[in-house]
Design a binder for this molecule. Structure first.
Ligand code: EPZ
Length: 441
């Protein structure tokens, strides 16, 4: 068991300078399994150094793939020698996105055995739409000892029409992975439209797949027997970009966020401008500054192109700093306000009723020992700690490291006073008290 690590942040400093955004987590966790569908080696570039990628690469190796580090953010993946269609439980249970190996292995072998995705602090996260799609494609599904066993008949997967009962990123991606080598045409209706879905389709099309309409609510996939190798760069992470944009605004800084696709940030930019943040757009960068008052705002999260649910905790932290009453309605996840208790420890005044949070902006926050309960909650606590007066210690930062490459280094380069510390079990309050005393001096 690794010694737990924590972030220690001395808040109150404005962020200045430039930050480079890494490859998109929610694209790469689907693109890496998709290499199983290639009949030749692939080179994947702009791969973010995050723990979800480490797990995905480990699963590929455990399946028998040859994974070679080719240099910064670049891997060569040759899956021709893969024989196994079973994803080891120990690896799969650590990452919800391991369910993408279901579609990829089903598309490659006509069979897969993958653990049921783990629970998650975002409330109920079923995969009924994933299994609905696999059954429509001709597969049979059995659940035993927490493992999902999916097998096709001797006819293999047959193209079909699938209508999702709800807009779901995961099921849209998984259906594309399973259908890309099926016989005939598959049409997905009510598909999710996130940029990472377009990225997966672009990656597969660069290998010779025939996928049309990704990014719209109707996606057509004509099954292709042979997929050649390719070299492909993962798109920049829109949520990482949004997170640093909010951090710049929360600290009243001035930051150039580089290596972004502004088109993917439209809803984030629109909301932040409503809050009074100044944003200049360039071809592959945005400059964020906020020297005026932050304005109370009401927001609802929606599937793309709406305001992303993965930005909801971060924007909540910002609205704690605005004067007046703001409201956030969570329109996608079942429960996504668990982080509010931690923000309250920092002086936030937030009332939650089901999927609605009402934020009484007090204009300031104070440092405290807090705990990350999921990836984006951890990001929100980082933002709050950067803006707060005094010292904030954040426990369970493994959540943050799942989806943010070198957040500590990137923030320090922007002028933040942040350290990653290893604490033996639990004297954090003692440590926090010591630092606070120093800070008080
Ligand atoms: C993906 O999760 C992302 N994860 C999540 O990002 C993101 O919050 C979510 O999409 C929404 O954008 C990855 O891409 C790895 P969904 P996913 O299927 O695929 C319901 C982060 O912070 N639903 O779009 O699990 C479900 O309950 C993570 O990077 C069903 O009912 O999300 C949820 O309420 C957190 N049945 C809603 O749809 C299903 O079969 C959206 O789920 C599938 C989903």
């Amino acid at each position: 068991m690794k010694t737990p690590k924590k972030f220690v942040i001395r808040g109150g400093r404005t962020l200045h300078g430039e930050v480079e955004i890494s490859g998109a987590k929610n694209a790469v966790v689907a693109i890496l399994p998709a290499t199983l569908l290639s009949d030749e080696p692939c080179i994947i570039e702009n791969v973010p150094e995050i723990s979800d990628v480490e797990i995905s690469l480990r699963i590929l190796r455990e399946l028998g793939a040859e994974v070679t580090y080719m240099g910064p953010h670049t891997y060569r993946i040759d899956t021709r020698s893969v024989q196994s269609s079973t994803v080891p439980y120990e690896s799969a249970r650590r990452m919800r996105a391991s369910y993408y190996f279901m579609g990829a292995l089903l598309g490659r072998f006509g069979h897969c055995r993958v653990s049921m995705p783990g629970g998650c602090p975002l409330g109920d996260r079923p995969i009924d739409q994933h299994t609905k799609a696999f059954k429509k494609l001709g597969a049979k599904i059995r659940l035993e000892q927490g493992m999902v066993d999916i097998t096709t008949t001797e006819n293999g997967l047959q193209g079909t029409q699938i209508f999702f009962d709800c807009v779901t990123v995961g099921a849209t991606m998984n259906t594309i992975l399973a259908a890309v080598k099926a016989d005939g045409m598959t049409i997905i209706e009510n598909a999710a439209k996130e940029p990472h879905i377009v990225d997966l389709a672009s990656f597969l099309n660069s290998m010779g797949a025939d996928i049309m309409g990704a990014g719209t609510d109707t996606i057509k996939i004509r099954g292709t027997k042979y997929l050649r190798g390719t070299s492909y760069a993962v798109i920049p992470d829109q949520i990482e970009a949004g997170t640093y944009m909010v951090a710049a605004a929360a600290t009243r800084g001035n930051v150039l966020v580089k290596n972004v696709i502004p088109k993917h940030l439209e809803s984030i930019i629109s909301v932040m401008e409503k809050i009074g943040v100044k944003i200049e757009q360039f071809d592959d960068a945005v400059r964020v500054s906020a020297d005026g008052p932050l304005v109370k705002t009401s927001i609802k999260t929606r599937p793309h192109p709406g305001f992303p649910t993965d930005m909801q905790p971060q924007i909540s932290a910002l609205l704690c700093l605005a004067e007046g009453t703001s409201m956030i309605k969570e329109g996608v996840s079942e429960q996504r306000f668990q982080y509010v208790d931690e923000l309250r420890r920092m002086g936030a005044d937030i009332q939650v009723d089901g999927k609605v949070a009402v934020i009484e902006g007090t204009g300031h926050l104070t440092g405290a020992p807090v705990k990350a309960c999921d990836l984006r909650a951890g990001a929100a606590l980082m933002i709050a700690g950067l803006a707060a007066s005094g010292v904030t210690t954040i426990e369970d930062i493994y959540h943050i490291e799942r989806g943010y490459a070198d957040m500590e280094g990137k923030l320090r380069a922007l002028g933040a006073c942040i350290e990653k510390k290893t604490f033996p079990q639990d004297p954090v309050h003692h440590e926090h008290a010591q630092i606070t005393r120093q800070d008080a001096v």
